[in-house]
Ligand binder design. Structure first.
Ligand SMILES: [Zn+2]
Length: 226
């Protein structure tokens, strides 16, 4: 029986690891008949936590990563009929897309941090390119959205200028806690940049109020790599 703990979740250890030769640790078929494999040292981030899946390849074939609900393993589907448990396989991901996802996701933490300063509580998050937003439950009705947007922008720009480090550790309950320096901490299993100076073009878009929630749209990119 394959255990979740047998799979090493490489994307949690190193956002910037873009390719790796590893081995097939499990193989099977989805209900629709498509063959899937799970690899031992897994670089593929599946969709989850508001973050889209990586685009990736196993060998020469495109591999769509999903989390198997039965085992919790990240599995990749893509017609891997010729791969068996124990086989070596070269895996890689789309590096530019990984960096964009990590930048948007990390910027989402930063926007949440800015919202907490306003006295707001995060109620939802979407980190997809082109539609990134954080939703908050405010303590009080928001009277001036433009001023709130200006305060959020000021907070975000200062944190990026301070180049706060992005780190992760585990709390007593085993949850992974992601930190932006001393400014912010939140449980998270996503991919992050190394420090906030890795972010470029962080912008606060619109601040809207809908059904009592404050919705803050934002955008970010990864700074060009040397
Ligand atoms: Zn995160």
């Amino acid at each position: 029986m394959v255990q979740l703990s047998d799979q090493v979740v490489m994307y949690l250890e190193d956002t910037y690891l873009m390719e790796l030769t590893t081995e097939v640790m499990a193989a099977g078929r989805h209900d629709d008949g498509a063959a899937w494999v799970a690899v031992r040292r897994n670089i593929f981030h599946p969709q989850g936590g508001g973050q889209p899946a990586d685009r990736g390849w196993a060998g020469e074939r495109e591999a769509a990563a999903v989390r198997d609900p039965a085992t919790g393993l990240v599995v990749v589907r893509g017609g891997f009929d010729d791969l068996a448990v124990g086989d070596a396989v070269h895996t890689r991901i789309d590096a530019e897309l990984r960096l964009l996802h990590a930048a948007l996701h990390t910027a989402g933490h930063l926007v949440e941090a800015a919202g907490r300063v306003e006295g707001w509580t995060m109620a939802g998050s979407v980190h997809f390119p082109g539609q990134a937003r954080i939703e908050f439950t405010p303590q009080d009705a928001l009277d001036d959205r433009d001023k709130a947007a200006a305060r959020l922008t000021e907070y975000v720009e200062a944190a990026v200028a301070d180049d706060l480090p992005v780190t992760a550790d585990h709390d007593g309950a085993g949850r992974r806690i992601v930190r932006l320096g001393e400014a912010h901490a939140a449980p998270c299993g996503g991919t992050h940049v190394r420090s906030l100076a890795d972010l470029a073009h962080v912008t606060i878009g619109s601040v809207k109020v809908k059904k009592g929630r404050v919705r803050v749209s934002y955008d970010a990119a990864h700074r060009p790599r040397a």
